[in-house]
Design a protein around this ligand. Structure first.
Ligand code: G3I
Length: 374
């Protein structure tokens, strides 16, 4: 066993002893000097990151900022790099926040991701309008290309991985119906409506030939139907030489997620390596929802059993992610939020989806997943 691996196991074990000493469970602040760090624990496996906002990093002495630097070696902006934030009007870009984010990442040796160039949500309506009517397919494509070229060129060589398109696979059809698919349609007349996606990838590749270009979506890790639809779409586009480098698995999973179901879905999409041997996976938005999707807004009780099941969901999931990394498929795992208190899942009830709690303490689940590392 390598020396640094032994040292890491020792450090995590020592931290775990400290964390669990005394009565009950006392966890450490994630920014504490003696706390173990997710990025160090998994340094032989994959980068570990979080979705943040620039207010988290404005003050280097803030606990949020210290937590970020201590725990993560990849980051993404939760909202501030989306088209509605950086390109609200056709002739106006606002890059100040994205610039600050990329500078911060470089200063701290953190790999920045770009989220997202093309999405049906958080995109301003001007992309799709010509006067009071619909824009033509040509106009929509030209605006989309201009957007991608401007943004990707600005961060060429710096933003290493882009969600070129986000959530384009439909929940009940082959392709999501959106303003992009409606207005661009089957532009090249080849019988499919992937045309805006194909053009998006080509524009991104042209702007930065070395950036990793990802197609990102939810539920492709947990629904075999959706994984198959993603497989079919990517296979078709790869056969037309669309420069897709990898698949982004959002992984907004629920407590109790069956790890074998994850394995099945990853296996389906892993078959794309028969066509593209270096296809890569990234986990882009991991969190564990403590509520069923349609449950009433009644706060969950954090009983011992509940926490045990929550921790098991994380350890089961990281076991699968570690397998993927060992097989060379996965090199980045990003969580969607810095801590429980700021998660998008706090809608109508308190949620506890992250590995760091709202006091910025590492949760038991964090210590347990770190034991799987290396
Ligand atoms: O900025 C406005 C603010 O001016 C206004 O006062 C406030 C009132 O509601 O809204 C603010 O905008 C909110 C925005 O987040 C910024 O905080 C929007 O209402 C809110 O809808 C938006 O939610 C974001 C959501 O994407 C939009 O679909 C979440 O923060 C963000 O976590 C979420 O992220 C998505 C990923 O991009 C794609 N995958 C799913 C993931 C979770 O939904």
């Amino acid at each position: 066993m390598k020396m640094n691996k032994l040292l890491r196991i020792f450090a995590v074990a020592a931290a775990l002893c400290i964390a669990l000493s005394g009565c009950g469970v006392k966890t450490q602040y994630a920014y504490g000097e003696d706390a173990p760090s997710l990025k160090d624990a998994f340094s032989d496996d994959f980068r570990v990151g979080a979705a943040i906002n620039t207010w988290d990093i404005e003050d280097p002495n803030s606990n949020n900022c210290k937590t970020i630097v201590k725990q993560f070696n990849t980051l993404v902006l939760e909202n501030e790099s989306k088209p509605e934030s950086i390109h609200p009007e056709e002739d106006r870009y606002y890059f100040d926040k994205f610039d600050m984010f990329v500078d911060f990442c470089e200063e701290h040796d953190i790999t920045p991701r770009g989220h997202t160039l093309v999405w049906h949500s958080q995109v301003p309506n001007w992309f799709f309008k010509d006067g009071n009517g619909d824009a033509s397919a040509e106009l929509v494509l030209q605006r989309m290309r201009d957007h991608i070229t401007t943004v990707v060129t600005r961060y060429k060589g710096r933003v290493k991985s882009w969600d070129v398109v986000n959530e384009v696979i439909g929940d009940d059809g082959q392709l999501r119906f959106s303003e992009w698919s409606r207005l661009v349609g089957d532009y090249d007349g080849d019988g499919d409506k992937y045309d805006f996606i194909e053009e998006a990838f080509r524009a991104a590749r042209e702007a930065d030939p070395d950036a990793r270009l990802m197609i990102n979506d939810y539920s492709i890790e947990a629904s075999e139907d959706k994984a198959i639809r993603m497989y079919t779409a990517v296979k078709q586009m790869l056969s037309e030489d669309v420069p897709i480098d990898g698949i982004g698995f959002q992984m907004h999973i629920g407590k109790g997620q069956d790890p074998d179901q994850l394995r099945k879905c990853f296996e389906i999409l892993g078959r794309l390596r028969e066509i593209k041997p270096d296809l890569i996976f990234e986990v882009t938005e991991l969190d564990v929802n403590c509520y069923g999707w349609n449950q009433p807004a009644e706060d969950v009780k954090l009983t011992k059993d509940f926490i045990k099941e929550f921790n098991k969901t994380y350890t089961d999931t990281f076991t699968v992610l570690k397998e993927l990394s060992d097989e060379g498929y996965l090199d980045s795992v990003i969580m969607w939020g810095l801590h429980d208190g700021v998660s998008w899942l706090n809608n109508g009830h308190k949620n506890y989806p992250m590995l760091i709690d709202s006091d910025l303490k590492l949760k038991e689940a964090a210590y347990e997943v770190m034991e799987l590392a290396g």
